[in-house]
Design a protein around this ligand. Structure first.
Ligand code: SF4
Ligand code: SF4
Length: 605
């Protein structure tokens, strides 16, 4: 009986065509992206391929692409929805394939034979095989996926009920793909039920529904339903590589490449394609964005930036309107390097190398070398923003004096801007020139430690400078060491402080504890509602060239309100820029950590 099965019928055409287009486009994209990887990335792939990283990548694919562990952590309802689609559909394919083998043995079955198994084998005896009631299992899996479809529909209508203030706007490709996706599984249920109704097979769900439909079921209706199912699959597969659903096929290679050490850089490169097309446009990056929730700015958040870059319609406005606070990056379930991508887009849109632009800086270092000073051990780099905050400078001077530290003041003797503002604006070549000049000066000076009060400088010193033998510290880390070494002491008080994590210090450099430890020595520390990795941006980031002053003011006021709600008497931060920005948004006194430490300096016994 099974030898008569041909697995061909007119209704399989949309499915076969859709699948062919899908695989042709994906193959084209993969070949293009992989063959254009730069040589250094290819070397990383070669080194990583036969290492433990490959096993870890495979496990990550299972936990993230099928189980969606990260989405579960952020929002369990969304986690369920994504898992039901991904895991449910994958299991329908795998169990369906096993079912085919169980009934037909090892004979060749074309792809459509597995997909439309129920209708092609409707005349077979459908009892359990190998002790497994496959029809019941497949029905339960179909129900599982359908519950995800229902949740997805509900999310479109009432996103707030699923914990999302905003959902993403759909592109044409997304609309076509999503529309067909919503039909696929309901059509499958109807088609299988009609086949059950006509031929007497089916599991507990399709069988029961089939019995209900039996009075109206006709072969024509059955055929129409299978055509509908096949058409929905075909349309979805054609739209898939041009829509958000391309992430399904891109996240897997992205995970492997990332595990092998490939990363986005300051210049665009082929690897970026994997990151960009792995974005599922889930929209989880929307709600954390203060530009949206406090300043009302739409269509510039990471999901839209990535979308526009993918479809080659990125504008400077979208690329520039972002504080690079990193709040969205910590939420992204795909782990995309959103700041790096935004940076290298800015570079591609703007970089204008001008090699004579920093001649003044070269002059300063030449003059400095001519002075021929003896080597120093500790250098202090205030940075542009601290130079505009003289109270922080004075406080640092008091702290150095109290500790008996003989400090070389980089900004007084030739130091120029750290270069990060230029880098953030996309002028990477000019930034590199700045960095080279500063690095030469630090090295020539013989420093062993470089202290800075500015988290922006700290991040660039740590990530972009080559400073052999020089340890770079934020002033919070340095002050903590002075206290631990008994070189300064602090008097405890009764003040109630709240602490603001600057983006570049917290999410940027992972420094959360040293400032808190110091604050606790001087008074009571009260945490704001969103803190540490979730901390709010002050709103005045130097990365946000595209923001107008009203938007900045609205964000500053919203941040100020959050600190006022803690019941603290004052706000402490550890960044000169944050200090100014927060002070504009609250009536509470705002001080840099160094200033508070200066007030609490005690005589060392
Ligand atoms: S960037 Fe990340 S969080 Fe935002 S839509 Fe894409 S995958 Fe989701
Ligand atoms: S980095 Fe910050 S400002 Fe930029 S899109 Fe993400 S959350 Fe918004």
């Amino acid at each position: 009986m099974t030898d008569n099965l041909t697995f061909y019928s007119g209704f399989v055409v949309p499915f076969v065509l859709g699948t062919s287009v899908l695989f042709a486009v994906i193959l084209y994209k993969y070949i293009r992206w992989f063959t254009r990887l730069p040589r250094r990335d290819v070397q990383k792939v070669r080194r990583g391929l036969f290492s433990l990283a490959t096993v870890r990548a495979a496990w990550e694919c299972f936990t993230e692409c099928l189980l969606h562990r990260r989405i579960w952590r952020v929002n369990p309802l969304l986690g369920y929805m994504h898992t039901s689609f991904a895991l449910g559909w994958a299991l329908l394919i795998v169990v369906g394939w096993i079912e085919t083998v169980a009934y037909l043995g090892g004979r060749f079955v074309p792809l459509q034979g597995h997909i439309f198994f129920k209708v092609f084998t409707s005349g077979l005896e459908h009892g359990p095989r190998w002790g497994v009631d496959f029809e019941a299992v497949m029905d339960l899996l179909l129900l599982y996926v359908l519950s995800g479809v229902a949740l997805a529909l509900f999310k479109r209508l009432r996103s707030r009920a699923l914990g999302m203030r905003r959902t993403t706007r759909l592109t044409l490709g997304d609309r076509v793909a999503l529309g067909s996706l919503w039909f696929i599984f309901p059509m499958r249920l109807v088609a299988e039920s009609l086949t059950s109704g006509l031929h007497g097979s089916g599991g507990p769900i399709t069988g029961s529904l089939g019995a209900l439909l039996a009075p109206v079921a006709t072969p024509g209706l059955e055929l129409a339903a299978w055509w509908g199912y096949s058409a929905a699959l075909g349309v979805f597969f054609v739209a898939m590589p041009f829509s958000r659903y391309m992430h399904i096929f891109t996240e897997v290679p992205l995970i492997f490449l990332r595990r092998w050490g490939v990363r986005s850089e300051v210049r665009e490169k082929s690897f970026d394609n994997f990151q960009i097309e792995a974005c599922s446009r889930c929209g989880l990056c929307l709600d954390p964005c203060q530009m949206q929730r406090d300043a009302g700015l739409e269509q510039v958040q990471s999901v839209y930036f990535i979308r526009d870059r993918r479809y080659n319609r990125l504008t400077r406005r979208v690329a520039d309107t972002c504080m690079m606070c990193g709040r969205c990056e910590t939420r992204c379930p795909v782990g995309l390097e959103l700041n790096s991508l935004r940076l290298n887009s800015r570079h591609a849109l703007r970089n204008t190398p001008a090699h004579d632009r920093y001649a003044y800086a070269k002059l300063r270092i030449t003059n400095y070398e001519l002075r021929g000073n003896t080597p120093d051990k500790v250098g202090y780099f205030a940075g542009c923003m601290t130079l505009l905050s003289p109270r922080i400078l004075r406080a640092m001077e008091s702290i150095f004096t109290a500790a008996g530290e003989d400090v070389w003041w980089a900004d007084r003797e030739g130091g120029v801007c750290c270069g990060r503002p230029l880098k953030l604006s996309g002028e990477v070549d000019a930034a590199r020139e700045m960095m080279r000049i500063n690095a030469e000066m630090f090295t020539a000076r013989g420093l062993t430690t470089l202290v800075t009060s500015c988290p922006i400088c700290l991040k660039v010193f740590r990530e972009d400078y080559v400073l052999p033998g020089i340890e770079v510290l934020h002033h919070s880390e340095y002050i903590e060491r002075l206290i631990a070494g008994g070189r300064i002491a602090l008097t405890p008080g009764t003040e109630r402080f709240t602490y603001h994590d600057p983006c570049e210090l917290g999410r940027g450099c992972g420094i959360y504890e040293p400032p808190r430890d110091i604050v606790r020595r001087m008074g009571t520390l009260l945490e704001p509602a969103e803190t540490r990795e979730e901390a709010l941006c002050c709103g005045s980031s130097i990365a946000a060239g595209g923001l107008d002053k009203n938007a900045v003011a609205r964000m500053g006021t919203a941040v100020g309100r959050v600190f006022e709600q803690t019941g603290a008497g004052s706000v402490v931060t550890a960044c000169p820029l944050c200090k100014k920005a927060i002070a504009r948004g609250t009536s509470l006194p705002v001080a840099d950590l160094a200033e508070v430490v200066e007030r609490h300096l005690a005589a060392v016994k």
